[in-house]
Write a protein that binds this ligand. Structure first.
Ligand SMILES: [Zn+2]
Length: 389
């Protein structure tokens, strides 16, 4: 026999558990393990919501809830405006196998009337809604993700072949602050691949040339420049302000310095290297996966690790590698997808193949192993002119 909506709601309410706003307030204060799901529409969410709530509109519940709450035994509180939609949502979650779900009776209306704390979501201004509209359409990014990117700080170690494409796309993506370390000036031989720098930039400090380009790409981005040679005396002071470090290196000393400083400060490093037609990329998140030194415990002999100046590089190669590093940086910042943690990606442009090698932490690693002892001053400086090619 078919039911009208009132009869259906009455039946649903018999099958689910409900709680009141005061109880929810007590629970979220004392139990951080409970997931709070807001199943209202976006316009309602934008008017304010419970602290730490996750927004999954009712219409997308079945599609998105597993991403929001992956453990079906985790306690879940569902709420809407008045307690009706959340009752239906609670029934759906129960049917999907969630074992510990309650619906907040009275909903956000009762919550606000009781004077309980709520947060107003930060919102993008109208011009930013337009600029980042293609990000906003992606559920994994959306407005919250874009706001996160705009609050993020990414450091480019070097404004060269890898830093160039990474910097341009990260600026376009709306990263809030991009830091750039480089002590070089732009040379004509850079222009074949270092797209931050233009013909008119030859002779300029690379950091100034980079700042000019990034401003043209996106004037909203704050560009912080460091026209200096990175060493043990300054690396920690610079790194400490950033969320992610993008680094490529054609010499082992810089790679070790970046790695060891990043492990000390627990900063993720999106690493890339290039050689003629070959690129290598990995993402080093300290203590979650191997670090650079876990994989390369000793520097290769200089004749096996020539710089781009010596070996040459196809101009387009760093574009591919630098953009994979930038992609990894966005994933790490937004905590989406599967970054290259514990994986080493090898790109062969001539064969047009990508191979992934599994890499593991070295328990005896001098940087992140059980008996690690990091001494930045012991990393020998070399005579190379810049950290990236
Ligand atoms: Zn290590």
């Amino acid at each position: 026999m078919s039911k009208n909506s009132r009869e259906l709601l009455q039946q649903i309410k018999k099958e689910i558990r409900e709680t009141n706003v005061q109880d929810v307030n007590e629970r979220i204060k004392t139990d951080s393990n409970t997931a709070v799901l807001d199943v209202r529409e976006k316009e309602e969410w934008d008017e304010g919501h419970l602290p730490n709530a996750i927004h999954v509109p009712r219409g997308f519940l079945e599609l998105r809830v597993e991403k929001a709450v992956d453990d079906r035994n985790k306690p879940v509180i569902v709420y809407c405006a008045g307690g009706t939609r959340s009752a239906f949502a609670a029934k759906t979650l129960k049917d999907m196998g969630y074992t510990n779900v309650v619906s907040m009776a009275g909903g956000y209306g009762d919550w606000k009337n009781a004077g309980l704390p709520f947060v107003l979501p930060e919102k993008l201004s109208k011009n930013k809604l337009a600029r980042y509209s293609r990000h906003l359409k992606i559920p994994e990014i959306g407005e919250a993700g874009q706001l996160k990117l705009m609050q993020s700080k990414v450091l480019l170690v070097g404004a060269g072949g890898l830093g160039s494409p990474a910097g341009v796309y990260l600026a376009a993506s709306g990263i809030g602050t991009i830091g750039i370390i480089d002590s070089d000036t732009v040379d004509e031989s850079n222009l074949q691949r270092q797209i931050l720098h233009w013909t008119s930039s030859v002779g300029m400090p690379k950091v100034d040339s980079a700042r000019r380009t990034l401003f043209e790409v996106n004037p909203e981005v704050k560009v912080q420049t460091y026209n200096l040679r990175m060493d043990a005396s300054n690396v920690l002071d610079i790194f400490k302000d950033y969320d992610v470090i993008i680094s490529g290196s054609d010499n082992f000393q810089t790679a070790y310095l970046v790695n060891d400083a990043a492990v000390m400060l627990r900063k993720p490093v999106c690493y890339g290297s290039i050689f003629r037609f070959d690129g290598q990329i990995s993402t080093f998140v300290p203590f979650q996966g191997p670090c650079f030194r876990c994989i390369f415990s000793h520097p290769a002999p200089p004749d096996l690790a020539p710089s781009c100046d010596e070996a040459g590089v196809m101009g387009i190669l760093p574009g591919v590698v630098g953009l994979i590093q930038a992609t990894e940086a966005v994933k790490v910042l937004l905590n989406i997808g599967e970054p290259l943690i514990g994986r080493y990606l090898a790109y062969d442009a001539l064969a047009m193949t990508f191979r992934t090698l599994k890499v593991r932490r070295d328990p005896n690693c001098a940087t992140c192993g059980a008996n690690a002892h990091i001494d930045l001053n012991a990393i020998q400086a070399d005579g190379c002119s810049g950290p990236t090619s």
